[in-house]
Design a protein around this ligand. Structure first.
Ligand code: 13P
Length: 257
């Protein structure tokens, strides 16, 4: 049976007390009912709260992830955070190429590829976000965007390294809008993405790569999305900020996976 992967992207939300409370609340739920045999779980708080959340998660089943990273290992890069720093505070995952970084902060495919390769070189696990804008979907360019994000984002990555890569398909029009992709739309995009991964890395590797869906995932729609054959988990924004909502998604994923 496949083991799905659900991660919470807290984005620029919460404060130190709220971050600690959310992590503690999830740990309490898991102490009552351990889902770690069925699903992999991670939370990605803002950089400044990583140590606080790491302490709350202890060595429990929820892994720690970061929302971004810089590709240089150290030096004069004011304001940036390196892979080594993230590993030092207990991170195992790093989101790269989130649509907000692409479209609000102006990151390019080349920068995202450098970040992804830096994460791999540093021994951590990247979550590469891909996905089209509403206008691109309306123009029939969804597949072209998915293909570009994958080919450029994963350039110069060896098939063996793909064991540590997760892909997150996050159609931008579904992020924070309440307008979730239908299970059919998600499956169609994921199936296409897996086909590209197959061309790039071969069928065995492509089959093993987990492709999360992200964009207005809620407890009520998580199971139906994750039941799709090529949807291997979820990357959750807004609904990962409340213990009961995120728990509802974890629970649904554990049953649907
Ligand atoms: P929402 O779940 O708030 O739509 O955000 C999705 C997302 O961007 C996760 O990275």
């Amino acid at each position: 049976m496949r083991k799905v992967f659900v991660a919470g992207n807290w984005k620029m939300n919460l404060d130190s007390a709220g971050s600690r409370a959310l992590a503690n609340g999830l740990c309490q739920k898991l102490a009552d009912r351990d889902l770690s045999g069925t699903i992999d779980m991670a939370v990605c708080p803002p950089f400044v709260y990583l140590p606080i959340v790491a302490e709350a998660l202890q060595s429990g089943p929820i892994a720690l992830g970061a929302q971004d990273v810089y590709f240089e290992p150290d030096g004069a890069f004011t304001g940036e955070i390196s892979v080594n720093m993230l590993r030092d505070v207990g991170c195992r995952y790093v989101i790269v190429g989130h649509s907000e970084r692409r479209h609000v902060l102006g990151e390019t495919d080349e920068q995202i590829n450098r970040k992804l390769r830096a994460v791999l070189a540093g021994g951590l696990k990247p979550i590469l976000c891909i996905g089209e804008l509403l206008g691109e979907r309306e123009d029939g360019r969804t597949e072209a965007v998915i293909e570009r994000h994958l080919r450029k984002g994963l350039a110069d990555v060896a098939p063996a390294e793909m064991e540590r890569v997760t892909v997150a398909y996050e159609p931008v029009w579904a992020i924070g809008t309440g307008r979730t992709a239908s299970p059919e739309q998600a499956q169609e995009a994921h199936r296409f993405a897996r086909g590209i991964l197959q061309e790039m890395f071969g069928p065995a590797t492509a089959q093993r790569i987990r492709i999360q869906y992200g964009g207005s995932v809620k407890p009520a729609n998580a199971a139906e999305l994750i039941r799709q054959p090529d949807v291997d988990g979820a990357l959750v924004g807004g609904a990962s900020l409340k213990v009961n909502d995120f728990w509802g998604i974890l629970d649904a994923a554990a049953q649907a996976g």
